[in-house]
Write a protein that binds this ligand. Structure first.
Ligand SMILES: [Cu+2]
Length: 408
C-alpha cells in the first residue's frame, strides 16, 4: 500500500492543509448540546492469549499498514499491530513464560516495547531491539509481577512519537489468582472495559496531522479530537451497574484530568503498578502520558453520563521562567468531552466492592541499598526544538552509554 506508506513517512512535514474543525472541543456549558454527537459505538480491541507450546505461552504480533475510518467518508492511513490501528490486548498470567514473536511488515524499522513489564533489558523492546522491515524479533521472559494493566508501544529511536501517533500501541494485561479471587468486575467488554485515550489531529482528507508547529515540538503534540480505542465521539452502552474501566493515557503529550459530567464519585483500584491496598474514592483523576489507572464506577439506570477532561488550575507565573511559559501554554487548555456512557437497563443491586484489595509489601528505610540522584534538565534555546535540550544529570540520551545499572 504505497499511498499509506508515503503518508506515514511524510506526515511530519505536511503543512498548509486545512484542519478538520475540532467539533469535540466544546466547553462545559455546551456539553449537553454535544452529548448526542457521541454516538459511535466504542471499539473494543480483540484479546490474544496466544497458544501454549510446551511450557511457553506463544503470541504472534505483526506490525503493518492499514486504513481506519474515524470519520465516515474520510479514510485515515494508519499503522497497527494485527490490525489497521492499535493492537490487540495481550493477556497473560503471572508465572507464564511468554514468547512474543514480533514481525515488522512496515517499510521502516520499528520496535515493540513492553511498558511496565519487569524483564531483562534485552527483552524489553526498547531502542536497542530494532526490528528491520520484514524481520521477526522474538522476546522471551517470565511474568514476575502481579495483576496489572500494562501496555506496549513502538520505542524506535527518534521515531517513537510518530509511530505511536499513527497507531503502534496496545494494552497488556496480567492476571493472577489473587486478583481473580477478589470478585471485581472482570467480564471483558461487558463490565471490564479498556479505554485507550488519544488525542489526534486530522487533515481535511482524513489523514493524521502530526507535529508541525513550534508549539507542538516544544510542548508536545496536542490533537484536536479525542479517540477512545480508535473511536471518535465514542459511546459505550453499559450492561451492568458496576463497571471497571482500565484507562490508558496513550496520548503523546496531553495530560488528562478526568471526571464525569455530574462529578460523581468513583473508586480507583489500580495504578501502573497494579492493585492498590484498598479502593480510593475520588471525583477526578489526573493521568499523564503512558500512565494507567483502573477505576470502578457505577452507572445507574436512566442516567447517561459523560467522561470529560477538565483543566487543572494553571500554575502560570509560579516558579521558573520555563514553568511560567509551560503554564501559559497550558492555559490554552479547555474542557472537552471524551466518551459517553449510556445507562444500563439492569436495575439489580450493585455487586459488592471489596474493602481490601492486596497486602502490599511494607518497605522501610532500611531496605534502601543505594541512593541515586537524577536531575531532569530542559534547556531553552534552539537545541530544544530538535529535542536536544533535554537531559538527565546534564547528559542527553546516548544509545551506547549506560548510566545506571539497577539489579532487580
Ligand atoms: Cu513506554
Amino acid at each position: 500500500m504505497q499511498k499509506t506508506r508515503r503518508k506515514f513517512l511524510q506526515a511530519a512535514g505536511i503543512g498548509g492543509i486545512g484542519l478538520l474543525t475540532p467539533l469535540s472541543f466544546t466547553g462545559i456549558a455546551a456539553a449537553d448540546e454535544s452529548a448526542s454527537r457521541f454516538n459511535n459505538l466504542l471499539r473494543l480491541p480483540s484479546v490474544v492469549e496466544g497458544r501454549i507450546h510446551g511450557d511457553e505461552r506463544v503470541i504472534d504480533l505483526s506490525l503493518g499498514y492499514g486504513t481506519s475510518e474515524f470519520f465516515s467518508g474520510r479514510p485515515t492511513p494508519t499503522v497497527g499491530i494485527n490490525g489497521p490501528y492499535l493492537g490487540p490486548i495481550v493477556r497473560v498470567q503471572r508465572g507464564d513464560n511468554v514468547k512474543l514473536n514480533v514481525t515488522n511488515r512496515l517499510s521502516e524499522p520499528s520496535t515493540l516495547h513492553w511498558h511496565g513489564l519487569n524483564l531483562p533489558a534485552a527483552m524489553d523492546g526498547g531502542p536497542h531491539q530494532v526490528i528491520d522491515p520484514g524481520k521477526t524479533w522474538t522476546s522471551t521472559f517470565k511474568i514476575l509481577q502481579g495483576a496489572s494493566t500494562q501496555w506496549y508501544h513502538s520505542h524506535m529511536y527518534h521515531r517513537t512519537g510518530i509511530q505511536v501517533y499513527f497507531g503502534l500501541a496496545g494494552l497488556f494485561y496480567i492476571d493472577d489468582s489473587r486478583s481473580s479471587a477478589l470478585n471485581l468486575p472482570s467480564d471483558y467488554a461487558i463490565d471490564d472495559i479498556p479505554l485507550i485515550l488519544q488525542d489526534r489531529s486530522f487533515n481535511q482528507d482524513g489523514s493524521f496531522r502530526s507535529a508541525t508547529s513550534m508549539h507542538d515540538r516544544m510542548i508536545g503534540m496536542m490533537g484536536q479530537f479525542m479517540l477512545v480505542n480508535g473511536t471518535a465521539f465514542a459511546r459505550f452502552k453499559a450492561q451492568r451497574r458496576l463497571n471497571r474501566l482500565r484507562i490508558l493515557n496513550g496520548s503523546n503529550a496531553r495530560i488528562y484530568n478526568l471526571e464525569f459530567d455530574d462529578r460523581r464519585e468513583f473508586l480507583q483500584i489500580a495504578t501502573d503498578g497494579g492493585l492498590l491496598e484498598a479502593p480510593v474514592a475520588m471525583r477526578n483523576l489526573v493521568l499523564a502520558p503512558g500512565e494507567r489507572a483502573e477505576i470502578l464506577v457505577e452507572f445507574t439506570p436512566g442516567k447517561d453520563v459523560m467522561m470529560r477532561h477538565r483543566p487543572l488550575p494553571s500554575r502560570a507565573g509560579s516558579g521558573t521562567a520555563m514553568m511560567g511559559m509551560m503554564g501559559m501554554m497550558a492555559a490554552n487548555d479547555q474542557p472537552f468531552d471524551i466518551i459517553r456512557f449510556q445507562a444500563p437497563q439492569d436495575s439489580s443491586v450493585s455487586a459488592s466492592i471489596p474493602s481490601r484489595l492486596i497486602e502490599p509489601r511494607q518497605w522501610s528505610a532500611n531496605d534502601i541499598a543505594r541512593t541515586r540522584h537524577f536531575t531532569l534538565n530542559m534547556r531553552m534555546g534552539m537545541g530544544m526544538m530538535r529535542g536536544g535540550g533535554f537531559g538527565i544529570n546534564g547528559r542527553s540520551m546516548d544509545m551506547h552509554r549506560i548510566d545506571a545499572r539497577v539489579p532487580l
